[in-house]
Design a protein around this ligand. Sequence first.
Ligand code: CU
Length: 188
Amino acid sequence: MKDIQRFLMILATVLLVSCGDEKKEQETITIGEEGTVERSTTANPTNTATDTAGTAAEGIERQDGFVQVNLTGNDQMQFNLKEIRVKAGETVRLTLKHVGQLPENAMGHNFVLLQKGTDIVDFATKAASASGNEYIPEDTDQVIVHTEMIGGGEETSIEFTAPEAGTYDFICSFPGHYIQMQGKFIVE
Ligand SMILES: [Cu+2]
């Protein structure tokens, strides 16, 4: 009799699956030998990406017919977004705001969206010598779109159509900045 009780207790693993429209959560309750209850909650894998990244939806607002991307750059050579997700063919309005104070010639920032497969280091090296053209190589076919270069306190916007699905890189092409100022532009 005692053995049966123990057997049942060990086997008393309750699996609760609650399904909502937006959220799926799996809660596992395991009752151990000494009656201890262990709970573990596992978020649905499909939600994990946005939950853990935290930045996925940050800075991005969907409005009627377009997606507004709010990108900032600071005096510490940092973009606020490491990842920007949009949908193919969607109209993207990207606003780059320089939230620092240093002038353009010392801490200029821009947003440069590169063609798929572009070698970032190679591109950035060419860009660094294009000081007369806001650090965009004049004859390049590797840039899909870019903003102007701005300094502290300034803001600039561009509008473009999201390219075909895939993962693209974006950088700031001010000399040396791409090392820290780069991210993924993901088109779904
Ligand atoms: Cu920069």
